[in-house]
Structures are given as structure tokens and as C-alpha cells.
Design a protein around this ligand. Structure first.
Ligand code: NDP
Length: 279
């Protein structure tokens, strides 16, 4: 299997373009799932404090025997930890659960604009990075207005914005803003979380049949060809294997363009919460 490409971040660090996300994996199953993923060759794990499974990720990492520098671990600051010095406490707790002395990437999970405290949370993340507890810092679910405020008020550009992104919800305004400012896009829910008929659409099943690949591989390949960083979640070993095997084929420009037109503007294709109101 070809090696997973590394994407350069604007802060000079690098991130594997493909990883494994552990949202909704129950805590008691997480160690086993992550162990399986590491055995198959995944080296980038995306978790969050709110997933309740950082300890399982940590146990799998410790048991793997892999060198720390071979792994890329992301976790996230939850919405009720933005104020005062709480981000400092929250990152210390996450590191403790993960059994690590630093994460590779630490994210503000949601902007929660009604609380108006995401700029403060971002300032705290800058300190966390400066103290070496996170190699890179970024945000998640931030829209251009939120990102612009960070740039105006702190002048530190997030390394990534992790947003809901799949063919029905492509968020062109966010991706254009990020491209203009060197912010890399991480696509969460890359398979639409299985919440619509994405894997049955002819724009996906057609190329899958032509290329002898699965519909999920076609969608994940579409992400990679757009430069997105992805970490599809599965608890099934055969799907974990399938989702990693994306580097021995390519979609044509026409196949990519046919999937591009599946976008449903105005948020009509969104499957998760709306960042303008989610708290
Ligand atoms: P995904 O789009 O990765 O979809 C996961 C679903 O697709 C699961 O039901 C899984 O089922 C199924 N699936 C996985 N692989 C295949 C396959 N090859 N063929 C068919 N079905 C498949 O959604 P996620 O929400 O999990 O997104 C990925 C990651 O993004 C998360 O795990 C998390 O790390 C991150 N995330 C971040 C958010 C944020 O706010 N920052 C929000 C949500 C997610 P099964 O497990 O049964 O195989």
C-alpha cells in the first residue's frame, strides 16, 4: 500500500492526509478499535474530550509500541471549557487521559458564537502551543466571520479548520476563505455520516464500478483529490482496510466534477449541527 501523503501546515508542521476518527466509538470499544487501526497502518487519530474515549485512544497508543513521532494525535477543547483558565485545565486533562505530554493538534471544537468567548479560547490555545503542549493549533466548525475575528484580534492563523464537508455540504465560502489564508481543511463526516444515500448515488456508484472500487473509496478519493484531510470512522476491520486503500487509483477530472455538483447550497445538505447556533 502506498504511503499516506503528508500535508504541510502553515506553521511548518505536517499532518497525514488520512487518519482514523473515533466519534461515537463507545469508550469500552475504543482501545480495541484504535489498536486495530494502528495495526492496519493508520497513524493519525482524531478524538475529542467530548467523545469520552481519549483514555481508550491513549491505551491503544501505549500498547502499540510505536514511536511517538510516528503518530499524529488530535483532540479538541469542548464548548463549556472556553472561559478563564479552563482551557489550560482541559488540555492537561486530555493529555492525562491520552497518556501523552503533547498532542500534535489541538482544536477549539465549536465557535459557540452566542457565548462570545471563542477569541479568548483561541488566545488560550496560542499559550498552550507556546508551552509545547500542542504542536499545532486550529479550530473546528468556524465560519469565515469567526475566522476573520481570530485573524483581526490575534494575528495567529489556525493551522486547520475541521468542518462538516461531504458532497452534499461542501461549504464553498469556508473553503475559499481558508484557501486564501493558508488554513487547511479537515473534512468531518466525509461519508456524510451514513445519513443520506451518498453511497448509492450514480455519480459515486458509476466511478466505483468503472474503477473496481467501493462507493466509499470513491467519495474518500474525491476528498483527497480536493486536498481535504479526512479521518473516516468505522468499527469494521474490512471497512478500516478499505478506507485506507485509497492511493492505488485516481478519479478523472470529469468524475470529480460530477461529484462536485452534488453540493446543496444554503446548508440544505448539512447532516450535523449549524455552527451559527450550536452551543
Ligand atoms: P463519517 O462520514 O466518517 O461516517 C461514519 C459512518 O460511515 C459510520 O456509520 C460507519 O459505519 C460508516 N462507514 C465507514 N466506512 C464505511 C465504508 N467503507 N463503507 C460504508 N460505510 C462506512 O462520519 P464521522 O462523523 O465519524 O466523521 C469522521 C470523524 O470526524 C469522526 O470520527 C470525528 O473524529 C470527526 N468529527 C468531528 C466533528 C467536529 O465537530 N469537529 C463532528 C463529527 C465528526 P461503521 O462504523 O458501522 O462501519
Amino acid at each position: 500500500m502506498s504511503p499516506i501523503p503528508q500535508i504541510a501546515l502553515t506553521d511548518g508542521h505536517r499532518i497525514p492526509q488520512l487518519g482514523y476518527g473515533v466519534f461515537k466509538i463507545p469508550p469500552e470499544q475504543t482501545e480495541r478499535a484504535v489498536t486495530q487501526a494502528l495495526e492496519l497502518g493508520y497513524r493519525h487519530i482524531d478524538t475529542a474530550a467530548v467523545y469520552g474515549n481519549e483514555a481508550g485512544v491513549g491505551r491503544a497508543i501505549a500498547a502499540s509500541g510505536l514511536a511517538r513521532e510516528e503518530l499524529f494525535v488530535t483532540t479538541k477543547l469542548w464548548n463549556d471549557r472556553h472561559d478563564g483558565d479552563d482551557p489550560d485545565t482541559a488540555v492537561a486533562q486530555s493529555l492525562e487521559r491520552l497518556g501523552l505530554d503533547r498532542v500534535d493538534l489541538y482544536l477549539v471544537h465549536w465557535p459557540t458564537p452566542a457565548a462570545d468567548n471563542y477569541v479568548h479560547a483561541w488566545e488560550k490555545l496560542i499559550g498552550i502551543r507556546d508551552r509545547g503542549l500542542a504542536t499545532s493549533i486550529g479550530v473546528s466548525n468556524f465560519l469565515p466571520g469567526h475566522l476573520q475575528r481570530l485573524l483581526d484580534e490575534t494575528a495567529v492563523v489556525p493551522a486547520v479548520d475541521q468542518i462538516e464537508l461531504h458532497p452534499a455540504h461542501q461549504q464553498p465560502e469556508v473553503t475559499a476563505f481558508c484557501a486564501a489564508h493558508g488554513i487547511r481543511i479537515e473534512a468531518w463526516g466525509p461519508l456524510g455520516q451514513g445519513k443520506y444515500d451518498l453511497l448509492e448515488l450514480p455519480e459515486v456508484t458509476g466511478p466505483a464500478a468503472e474503477l473496481g472500487r467501493t462507493p466509499a473509496q470513491v467519495v474518500l478519493r474525491w476528498h483527497l483529490q480536493h486536498g481535504h484531510i479526512v479521518f473516516p470512522k468505522s468499527v469494521h476491520p474490512e471497512r478500516l482496510r478499505e478506507n485506507l486503500d485509497l492511493f492505488g487509483f485516481e478519479l478523472s477530472d470529469a468524475q470529480v466534477a460530477a461529484i462536485d455538483v452534488l453540493d446543496r447550497p444554503g446548508g440544505a445538505g448539512r447532516v450535523g449541527p449549524d455552527p451559527t447556533v450550536f452551543a
